[in-house]
Design a protein around this ligand. Sequence first.
Ligand code: UGA
Length: 354
Amino acid sequence: MKILALGAGGFIGSHLTERLLRDGYAVTGVDTHSDKLTDALKHPSFTFVATDIADRRFDLDAAVRAADLVIDLIAYANPGLYIRMPLEVFRLNFTENLRIAESCVRHGRRLIQFSSCEVYGKSVAGIAAGDLADPDDPKHATFNEEESPMIMGPVGKHRWIYASAKSLLERVLHAYGLEGRLDYTIVRPFNFIGPRIDYLPSQQDGIPRVFSYFMDALLNGGRMLLVDGGRQRRTYTHIADAVDCIARMVARPGAAHNQIFNVGARGNEVSIRGLAELMREIYAARFRLPGQPLAEIAEVSGREFYGEGYDDSDRRIPDIAKARSLLGWEPRYDLRATLDDAMGYYVAMTRGQA
Ligand code: UGA
């Protein structure tokens, strides 16, 4: 089977590409950069096309026609970008992704579309804790693909342009599916983490995810900044578990036909403050150099850190019953092992061992 992986050069794309090649598929990867694809580039069944998807000299239709399956991972998926360049986020995450989906419709190709757990927005407890007898009960923040509502903030909080673009795209794919014109599978990742995630902000311009900020502070000095007190909670999923789930979607087209899947390790929930504390503890125990000071934890407001228009998901836990029953998938890595691997990668990289 031939797979077209659009956005293969990113964190998730590179891990997924390596796994698909190991599973015996031929993969054509498309991206603007290939620095995370060092291993894949050596593989005889891998072809890399260096292009921006928006560059009309790239013949998207021909690439889609040549494949049996299209996996679309193209996205800007870091909240800092939703604040800094909301229109560009909409253009890539909706307009360009829609063009890919419509090419799959035209040529009758199966599509695995990466979306985001951001589409769930805030939890019920996040907007109405005072009305609930048990606001901390995980049931208020456990999201189910078929039943949970999507609760976004107001337009003026432009963080939500990303989630709105992703959820509109999902709705378009669903509508094509209803008309029998598209065989799709939608993936909603819940904070995948692992080697090669993002980049260290001291080494590259931009606004990566929280893990990279904390890692940078631990490695290079500086403070681990908790946005709005660090009470927000996330569930972190090891990239190896995540990729294993996607590989099952690839291998079982019948089970995954016109389905949306939450992909996340529901047991790995932690507050952002808890994440900072655990990373500090792991760093002190495993990676700290003799005499190296341990990064301090401090607080900052969302507005100060990201700018005007920032808002946040308070808590999100995946219901993974569907991935369990249709794909036989179960995440295996706990939070500590997940962080150990991601942190170990950055430690080795900055000390010249990776
Ligand atoms: C992001 C994207 O928006 C999702 O689309 C994506 O699916 C998701 O990451 C993911 O990795 O799966 P988010 O979890 O909000 O969502 O991303 P982070 O930037 O890592 O932020 C997590 C939390 O940490 C937020 O509450 C943020 O305010 C906070 N934060 C961030 C800090 O407290 N300190 C920092 O230095 C950076």
